[in-house]
Design a protein around this ligand. Structure first.
Ligand code: UD2
Ligand code: MN
Length: 580
């Protein structure tokens, strides 16, 4: 890829020399430099940038590839250039408290300027793209619930500093019923004083959750394009223009920036990936995953930094034509608070004629929380809200075969009432949206390589020794960790919900159970060939490891070990379904 940068540079130099000699005539070679991978339609036939844009113009402040923020002083304060900051011994207690309340170390965040600089993490090529100057305008929408002051305000400052003013119509902030003092009058006063009318603040009268609040934000927006960001982000160099350029080219593209990481503790800004591009996929329980972009997609691009197609997106950060968002029916109103909305929108876009592109030349940092600090409010649902959301998405957008994989992976929610989805189904029908198989075959084709079709469950539920009262539990162990065991039955599923499938795998969540040492049981990655060593005999209750020819036995203190198979009581494991 270095070569292609060198090549570009060489050609620009050629153009520059020609200009110096007074020869500004179009050069065929130069025309081909930017072979329109941004898909931008220009006046000249080839659909490429006019060759008269020499390197001077490209590298000067301006929107042609390299917008330079005005309000971006060179400073040496804490956290400048995305560096980390640290907590002193005396601040430890306060930092701990902040971490609990916000999932971030606000003590550290508060030390960093609200308009700190971050390192330019873009690929070198990004400086050489040409973008059209007549782009649509954007409303940046920030929904927030009980966010910390400096992380929230740094987001607003960075959006405004890093965006060419002619394209940033407004920042729309929607407060999702926060109860923190600093988000009341103080916030209003600050926004008015600092940003005049550019930032608009609206408040929900009740907790709507992030999904409903985003739709409300979109309704309140007036720009051509809506851009959602989480309320703890920092925009990088020229983040906005590459997104708008894709939507100008095709209004049915959802344009997604590359999301860099900002550490929740020390606030270091770091590029998320090396040279390999990744894109958004999922496993069958709909945990969001990212995976290297397959060759089949990569080979459709001539330039490494060109936007590429992605099956889905993380949820938080993306740009869309505002009207298109509503033509698609916005988010399903039945989705509650948090989770699954990224899949709903992704499937809907792809299956109904649009597409999702990740734009490597647009980068935005996001602070990943230490933990989710807020509750979901009062909701009358007996299964986890996130699963209910997934079910609505699954029931509307998946076909029978793929629905089954979801219910195999999450057997306890099968049949739970999901409310009315007739509006969504009607939309799908009226718009002649393609089926999920089409999506899998043409868009999300790598999912099967990572997460194969799931064989049916032979049994699932809590696993309990016949004579005992303890349930199998992963005990918080992860892949590569210590032994799992049995403990007090909590009936919440999760770490105690096991599945034994017809191919000999024992699954728990997205993981499997293995015993390579022939002694203890451990959490492991599932074999991509859906096969496993386990055999469950429902009559005797024995769970046998066929490679070691041993059975699982419960010990006194909740240990689970493999022992020679016998008719011992503590080798009789019963699988109990816990239906909500
Ligand atoms: C990820 C997404 C997030 C969303 C979520 C699934 C990224 C970087 N983040 O979780 O945007 O798609 O997955 O739904 O892709 N908020 C409210 N009301 C609430 C809860 C949250 O307004 O009831 C706000 C919150 O202040 C924040 C945004 O919604 O600005 C996202 O919430 P988060 O940061 O807790 O979600 P995250 O990043 O864990
Ligand atoms: Mn977030």
């Amino acid at each position: 890829k270095e070569d292609s940068v060198q090549e570009l540079k060489k050609r620009w130099k050629l153009a520059k020399d020609k200009q110096k000699r007074g020869n500004v005539e179009a050069d065929k070679n130069i025309k081909n430099v930017v072979d329109n991978p941004m898909g931008v339609k220009h006046d000249n036939k080839q659909g490429v940038a006019a060759p008269t844009h020499g390197p001077e113009q490209v590298l000067k402040p301006g929107i042609l590839g390299n917008f330079e923020p005005k309000n971006y002083p060179n400073r040496n304060g804490p956290g400048e250039n995305g560096k980390s900051v640290h907590t002193s011994l005396g601040e430890k207690a306060q930092a701990e408290k902040a971490k609990k309340t916000y999932g971030f170390n606000m003590v550290n965040s508060d030390k960093i300027a609200l308009n700190r600089t971050v390192p330019d993490t873009r690929h070198e090529e990004c400086k050489y793209w040409h973008y059209p100057e007549d782009l649509p305008t954007a409303s940046v929408i920030l929904v927030f619930h009980n966010e910390g002051w400096s992380t929230l305000l740094r987001t607003v400052h960075s959006v405004i500093n890093m965006s060419p003013p002619q394209f940033l119509k407004e920042v729309v902030m929607v407060d999702d019923f926060s109860d923190k003092e600093h988000l009341k009058d103080k916030l209003e006063t600050y926004l008015k004083k600092e940003f005049k009318g550019l930032v608009k603040l609206y408040r929900n009268k009740e907790r709507m959750g992030l999904i409903g609040t985003r739709t409300r934000g979109a309704e309140l927006s007036t720009g051509d394009v809506i851009i959602f960001l989480d309320a703890h982000c920092e925009c990088n160099k020229n983040w906005l223009v590459p997104l708008l350029a894709r939507i100008k080219y095709d209004r049915r593209i959802m344009a997604v920036p590359t999301i860099d990481g900002i550490d929740w503790d020390n606030f270091k800004y770091h590029p998320v990936y090396g040279p390999t591009h990744h894109r958004g996929i999922f496993e069958w329980g709909f945990l969001y995953k990212e995976s290297a972009v397959p060759e089949r997609e990569l080979r459709t691009h001539q330039h490494h930094s060109a936007p590429y197609k992605s099956p889905t997106h993380a949820g938080g950060l993306f740009a869309m034509d505002r009207k298109y968002f509503f033509e698609l029916g916005a988010y399903d109103e039945g989705l509650k608070i948090w989770g699954g909305e990224n899949f709903e929108l992704s499937f809907k876009i792809w299956q109904c004629g649009g597409s999702i592109e990740w734009v490597p030349c647009s980068r935005v940092g996001h602070v990943y929380r230490n933990h989710m600090p807020y509750g979901f409010g009062k909701i009358d649902v007996k299964i986890p809200v996130i699963l209910l959301n997934y079910m609505r998405v699954v029931e509307v957008w998946l076909d029978e075969e793929h629905k089954e994989y979801f219910y195999t992976r999450e057997p306890s929610v099968r049949g739970y009432p999901i409310g009315d989805v007739s509006k969504q189904l009607k939309f799908k029908k009226d718009n002649k949206c393609k089926d999920f198989k089409w999506f899998m075959d043409n868009v999300a084709y790598e999912v099967y390589d990572r997460f194969p079709r799931l064989p049916p469950n032979k049994a699932w539920g809590e696993v309990k020794e016949k004579s005992g009262s303890k349930c199998w539990d992963t005990m918080g162990q992860q892949v590569g960790g210590g032994a799992i065991g049995a403990s007090y039955c909590h009936h919440f599923g999760g770490s105690q919900l096991f599945r034994i499938n017809t191919k000999g795998q024992i699954g728990v969540g997205e993981r499997c159970i293995e015993s390579r040492n022939g002694n203890t049981l451990h959490v492991s990655f599932c074999d991509v060939q859906p096969t496993g060593p386990w055999e469950f005999d429902e009559l005797s209750g024995r769970i046998r490891h066929t490679d070691h020819d041993k059975c699982v036995e419960s010990g006194g203190d909740g240990q689970l070990t493999l022992q020679p198979c016998s008719s011992n009581n503590n080798q009789q494991q019963f699988v109990v379904n816990e239906v909500y």
